[in-house]
Design a protein around this ligand. Structure first.
Ligand code: AMP
Ligand code: MG
Length: 496
């Protein structure tokens, strides 16, 4: 079979309609290249809901699709490329970075871009090998779909394919490729790249591209009229507000990203680049999930401030387009109200309160203080509180605390606040706001270890639970239980 025929066959199996997208920006923004093949690939995991959203046929997981999505055969109609970006890493300007191991296949007509992460070296790989290991690929795959199911904006993951090709990290591991999907993978760092090099024409082209596609309201909406038609200032404000809303969601579910460098900040306010992330087990506001983050720059309670710091970097980058420094600074101001308002609304939802009341903040702060005092399991506490509201055993909540007086006082205040809220409605909405299943480190680890032995059933089971995290899933209680002691010894670093 000729190469062209193979390309066409893969495309025919996937049936995707490719359209021009990021590549229209021109060669200043990327390098065209081909993925590097991996030997004897196999399926590790896949997301049916995303496959449907992308418009793939029901039987899409053919050998041809496997070859195409591992990067072994180019898919006809795609023009693979790696994009260039820069960024601040751990608070320091890191210069040029770029897609060192992610290759953008292109965009399809339903508005999704597809990217192969771990598909080989690119001109931006620096010292890296262009690969991703099975361990981190499974984590990214499961967490993308889990975060989506929690209702939090995120890049998605269609599948993971693996290969026995060795990859050197702290130990020898094996290679994998994640097929990621998002409306755009543009990061704050893409803007910083062109701003740092004083390439204002490219900076403007990129901003116009993103505004036209994703923020068209910035050009005309009355909401932005205080900027007097300055679409770039409006754009900065809109990105800042989406980022604020994202932080509120992360904080409310206890999600720690782990590496909030500006190159890992999505211009669309999506959760992006899952590395050393973690869902909190015991509630510790100062929790650091990234073993490499010795200073705790990206600790759980730092995330909203770090996002704001990152937005300042974006503002700096957009300054040549915005024109006046005061205007750029003004565009960031709403973060300071949007974040706390959004966070309070999220926490109110967790408490089952449909409308706000003056004491709500004290109620939230009160319970978080109690949780922090004893590092009570964050997910289990909230779910038990929801179950309690639904008529379940109140002791299940109290039993989580040694400080019984403290929790009893708080539960009385909670009950008093609920006196004016219909109970059935509150119980129902609390179960929709407090997940039973989150991707805890130890759950991911168990699925990974089985997958390393070529048993992929653990990945599939976990995915099923995480796809509907608010449902009860009878028979799967173990996945919703306390983490075992060894969970706290898992060390997740940037090595992936
Ligand atoms: P991260 O913090 O993992 O998002 O990655 C930071 C930068 O390092 C990005 O430019 C990545 O593309 C690059 N990178 C990370 N791992 C590798 C790798 N194994 N090979 C090539 N580039 C990599
Ligand atoms: Mg990254």
């Amino acid at each position: 079979m000729s190469l062209l025929a193979e390309e066409d066959t893969v495309q025919a199996h996937l049936g995707l309609r490719w359209v021009p997208g990021f590549s229209e920006l021109g060669p200043a923004f990327f390098t065209s290249l081909r993925p590097t093949p991996l030997p004897a690939p196999y399926w590790v995991g896949h997301s049916d809901p995303l496959a449907r959203a992308l418009g793939l046929p029901p039987d899409w997981r053919t050998d041809e699709a496997l070859a195409g999505l591992t990067g072994n055969v180019q898919i006809a109609g795609t023009s693979p490329l790696a994009t260039v970006y820069s960024g601040h890493q751990f608070g320091v300007w890191a210069g040029q970075l770029g897609d060192g191991r992610a290759i953008l296949l292109g965009e399809i007509d339903t508005g999704w871009e597809l990217q192969l992460k771990g598909a080989g070296r690119t001109p931006y790989s620096r010292m890296g090998d262009g690969r991703a290991v099975l361990r981190s690929s499974i984590r990214e795959f499961l967490c993308s779909e889990a975060v989506h199911a929690l209702g939090i904006p995120t890049t998605r993951a269609l599948c993971v394919t693996g290969s026995d090709a060795p990859v050197v990290r702290e130990e020898i591991e094996t290679a994998a490729v994640v097929t990621r999907a998002a409306p755009s993978f543009v990061r704050f760092g893409h803007f910083e790249h062109f701003a740092a090099a004083n390439r204002v024409d490219e900076l403007r082209a990129l901003a116009d591209f993103v505004i036209d596609r994703f923020y068209p309201a910035c050009r005309h909406d009355a909401r932005f009229e205080h900027f007097g038609g300055n679409a770039y200032a409006a754009f900065l404000e809109a990105v800042s507000e989406r980022t604020a809303a994202l932080m509120a969601q992360w904080q409310s579910v206890g999600f720690c990203h782990g590496v909030m460098n500006t190159d890992n900040m999505s211009i669309l306010g999506l959760t992006i680049d899952y590395g050393p992330f973690q869902f909190l087990d015991g509630f510790d506001p100062r929790h650091i999930c990234n073993h490499s983050d010795t200073g705790g720059r990206y600790a759980y309670n730092q995330q909203p401030n770090v996002a704001y710091w990152n937005l300042f970097c974006l503002a700096q980058a957009l300054l040549p387009l915005i024109g006046v420094q005061e205007v750029a600074v003004a565009a960031l101001q709403s973060y300071k109200t949007v974040f706390p308002d959004a966070y309070e609304a999220r926490m109110r939802a967790k408490l089952g309160l449909p409308a706000s009341a003056p004491d709500d903040r004290a109620l939230v702060e009160g319970v978080l203080k109690l949780l922090a005092q004893e590092k009570v399991d964050y997910t289990i506490f909230w779910r038990r509180l929801a179950d309690h509201k639904a008529g379940g055993d109140p002791h299940a909540v109290r039993d989580l605390f040694l400080d019984r007086t403290g929790i009893d006082t708080w539960l009385s205040a909670f009950a008093e606040r609920h006196a004016r809220v219909p109970a059935a409605q509150a119980a129902q909405s609390m179960r929709q706001a407090n997940p039973k299943f989150v991707l805890r480190n130890h759950l991911g680890q168990q699925a990974i270890e089985a997958a390393q032995r070529k048993d992929f059933s653990g990945v599939a089971t976990l995915l099923k639970l995480l796809e509907s995290p608010f449902e009860d899933h009878a028979g799967h209680e173990a996945y919703a239980g306390f983490p075992p002691d060894w969970a706290s010894t898992i060390e997740i670093s940037c090595s992936s």
